[in-house]
Design a protein around this ligand. Structure first.
Ligand SMILES: [Fe+2]
Length: 419
């Protein structure tokens, strides 16, 4: 009868233990509860659970009950101990019978003082994950075979809990490592892209910094459109690299101080297609980078080049880069033309919205500009790229507001079927 009650009690404890192992998020708490359940269900006075560190070859106490402050918190295992524990497996070792092992010789005094009777190596899938130490039973009796069975069953749960925790920790470590590697790669990619942009810009002495600025304007537009972080970065990269095809165009054509002739113009106009060829074999973390290079001179009305595409045939990123590119061309000095004042530029973008530029992109761009001028955003992106005086010209804020009020967010062309 007494045995049966004990059995029921133990099964209850076991069920709870299983629940603990499966559900407790806090590992330390799980081990503490497990030890208390184990000690409580068999009326054991003292005990402790240690986790094994494979690297340090030591047992580190996770929880202790009734062992006092002078009990060692860390216990070393030598090779011989490890081997013996592994051979022993998950079964109780009577401390009194195991004195031949170095481990028990070293810690003999501590064990004796606290009357540690049983030691249970937590061997899970042929690996030591920890050890449970148990003191004497409250009634002074020695451990029965039945007690030992129960201890083993409960110890297995605790051992699996520790093994799972080790696995999770290892996975987290690897995930962190992976993340760092990925970040490194990403940085390398960004640096390479910027180096490339600088190289492209070097070739053209009159438009110094053009690619870098187009990258930044493209980024502003994407940001205003509510793109996510990755997409914004992709659009910026497309801007940085859009003119990469110019690397193959003769320097004297690019740097011509006067307007170039038709033949030279035809040569220059090959740069989008060449850029596409250059960028296509590169594996970009973002799509459409090569397409943006190929189609950044297309216009919504079909009067662009190289393919004379119409509105919806033009990749979206190419439309963004086109706007950024044109904006930079208008706002920087060229050999045969001074830059135009900002009010003229705004008028031009407005007038050509729906013809050259996608209206929703122009409004996004204006919105970004307005936010900066009214202080809604603290970024001074436009002012940094264009100079404070230029951007803060009289009447720009009302002009932008008017433009935004008067513009339809979609172009009439987007409503026309092209089939
Ligand atoms: Fe271009």
């Amino acid at each position: 009868m007494e045995n049966q009650q004990k059995l029921i009690h133990t099964f209850g404890a076991l069920a709870e233990l299983g629940y603990e192992v499966a559900h407790k998020r806090n590992f330390q708490e799980m081990i503490r509860t497990s030890l208390h359940l184990l000690l409580g269900s068999l009326a054991i006075m003292r005990g402790g659970v240690a986790r094994y560190s494979r690297f340090g070859h030591e047992l580190n106490m996770l929880v202790m009950r009734g062992l006092g402050e002078d009990f060692p918190l860390s216990l070393s295992l030598c090779y011989e101990d490890e081997r013996q524990f592994l051979t022993n497996g998950l079964a109780p070792i009577e401390v009194a019978q195991a004195k031949v092992l170095p481990f028990f010789q070293i810690y003999d005094r501590s064990f004796e003082k606290k009357r540690i009777d049983l030691l249970l190596p937590l061997v899970i899938r042929d690996e030591i994950v920890g050890v449970i130490m148990l003191g004497e039973k409250a009634n002074g009796e020695s451990y029965s075979a039945y007690d030992k069975d129960i201890i083993c069953a409960m110890a297995r749960h605790i051992g699996v809990g520790i093994a799972q925790r080790n696995l999770t920790a290892e996975l987290e470590r690897r995930a962190e490592e992976n993340r760092k590697l990925y970040d490194d790669l990403r940085h390398t990619y960004k640096d390479t892209v910027k180096a490339f942009a600088t190289a492209i810009d070097c070739k053209d002495k009159y438009t110094e910094g053009h690619s870098v600025r187009v990258g930044k304007y493209s980024e502003i537009i994407a940001h205003e459109l509510g793109f996510d972080e990755n997409e914004i970065e992709g659009v910026a990269v497309a801007g940085y690299l859009h003119d990469v095809g110019k690397l193959t165009v003769e320097r004297n054509i690019i740097n011509s101080p006067v307007r170039i002739n038709a033949k030279e113009s035809a040569e220059l106009n090959k740069h989008p297609a060449v850029g596409y060829e250059i960028l296509l074999p590169i594996h970009h973390p973002y799509t459409d980078v090569p397409l943006a290079a190929k189609y950044h001179h297309e216009r919504l009305d079909g009067r662009g080049y190289p393919d004379g595409l119409h509105d919806r045939e033009i990749p979206y990123v190419a439309k963004i880069v086109n706007l950024a590119d044109s904006f930079d061309a208008m706002t920087t000095d060229r050999p045969y033309k001074r830059r135009r004042p900002v009010n003229e530029v705004i008028e031009d973008l407005q007038r050509n919205s729906g013809k050259q530029f996608a209206p929703e992109l122009v409004t996004a761009f204006f919105r970004g500009m307005l936010k900066e001028l009214t202080g809604e955003t603290k970024d001074k992106r436009f002012r940094k790229l264009l100079g404070r005086e230029y951007m803060e010209a009289e009447g720009i804020v009302p002009m932008l507001k008017d433009a935004l009020n008067g513009m339809s967010p979609t172009s009439s062309l987007t409503l026309v079927s092209l089939d």
